[in-house]
Design a protein around this ligand. Structure first.
Ligand code: NAD
Length: 353
């Protein structure tokens, strides 16, 4: 039976397909712009320089200093270049860190953004910006933050190292898993979440076998679009709260943390919302948490928080932080059960459900 719901479609243009990166200049012009600032991390500086060269007179400069969690000082340095170069749009080439910088510039200037994602994090299709200043992370939402154009070109993901491919894919799947039971879900978000999970369930084992498999790269990027879109449209719950806590307070790496926590948080909620988690049961096994854990094992994903350098003694404070402010979750949260869940994730124990 269809419940009551509200639905808002995304205003972004999505361009998907191998080789589509070549259309970047066309999109700069379609946006009414002609002075693009190309953004990247230091690691992808060469790719950014090449893209700027391809854009020719449409690119004014390259800023290749994007960093994880969008530090304000990096944004301010980029803003100086936006002003001095007269840039009228940004082209963000990279993962969530680069997309975050482009969003931070758009938030301050409202210049349009073109994003060319090279990981599966999904930030390119959300109106959410997380920024850090002196170690403190704040999150803002807004229409100016949502990128105008996203060019998904799977050719650019073939070089994504296998370990990052796996963790980034599981990071994306976590958005879809929580979207399935979101309070404000709608029929379209549920369809997109299930389709995104299905795409990764097929693609990740194929990529483990052959990271250069172009069909599987395409399927994974398709999944990333779907999973990112639902992250941007419905509310998240326990899983994202715990990952935010671990990343923010203990500096655990973003995608790995999501990958390790996913079977445990889904297992925690499985009994409360079996119908909503049915797509996961169908894809990964009748007990969703255990099924996801077995899938992670099969594709060689990290399984234990202790392997990320988190100390067992940190789990007490993590449980405090993750439960100190009440938030909605399909299964009510109490400190003792979250502490238990964190212990299982720290040890890498297979969830029972
Ligand atoms: P990332 O962007 O930090 O990338 C990690 C490293 O991999 C970087 O050095 C990058 O240059 C490199 N890399 C990226 N793609 C590559 C490729 N194809 N080949 C080789 N190297 C490549 O990692 P991420 O997981 O994509 O993003 C994480 C960040 O995104 C976090 O700060 C997270 O908070 C943010 N995020 C935000 C949202 C949102 O909606 N606001 C959503 C998801 C993630």
């Amino acid at each position: 039976m269809t419940r009551a719901f509200t639905y808002r479609g995304s205003a972004a243009h999505i361009v998907f397909g191998a080789g589509k990166r070549a259309e970047t200049g066309t999109w700069v012009k379609k946006l009414g712009c002609g002075k693009a600032l190309v953004l990247a991390t230091p690691h992808q500086a060469d790719d950014a320089a090449q893209l700027a060269e391809e854009l020719g007179g449409l690119a004014v400069d390259v800023f290749a200093k994007a960093a994880m969690h969008t530090p304000i000082d990096v944004t301010e340095a980029a803003m100086d270049l936006v002003r001095s170069s007269g840039a009228d749009c940004v082209v963000s080439l990279g993962g969530g860190s680069t997309t975050g910088l482009g969003k931070a510039i758009a938030y301050r200037t409202d210049v349009p953004q073109i994003v060319i994602p090279t990981t599966y994090a999904g930030s390119e299709v959300t109106p959410i910006l997380g920024q850090t200043e002196e170690g403190r992370k704040t999150t803002v939402r807004g229409d100016s933050i949502l990128p105008e154009v996203v060019i998904y070109d799977p050719d650019l993901t073939t070089g994504l190292p296998l370990a990052m491919t796996i963790t980034s894919g599981l990071n994306a799947m976590a958005h879809a898993a929580e979207a399935l039971y979101a309070q404000d879900r709608n029929p379209v978000s549920s369809l997109m979440a299930a389709e995104g999970l299905a795409a990764f369930s097929e693609a990740l084992p194929l990529l483990k076998a052959d990271p250069a498999d172009t069909e599987a790269r395409s399927a994974a990027l398709y999944g990333a679009w779907l999973c990112g879109t639902v992250l941007g449209t419905v509310g998240m719950a326990l899983h994202h709260k715990i990952c935010h806590t671990l990343g923010g307070s203990f500096n655990t790496p973003h995608a790995e943390t999501h990958a390790i926590m996913l079977p445990h948080t889904v297992g925690f909620n499985a009994g409360a919302v079996p119908e909503q988690l049915q797509p996961i049961a169908d894809l990964f096994g009748a007990t969703p948490g255990a099924g996801l854990f077995d899938f992670s094992t099969r594709i060689g994903a990290p399984l234990a928080l202790k392997d990320l350098g988190l100390n067992e003694t940190d789990l007490e404070r993590a449980a405090d932080i993750a439960t100190e402010n009440p938030y909605w979750n399909p299964r009510p949260i109490d400190r003792a059960s979250i502490r238990h869940l964190l212990q299982d994730a720290w040890e890498g124990t297979r969830p029972a459900v």
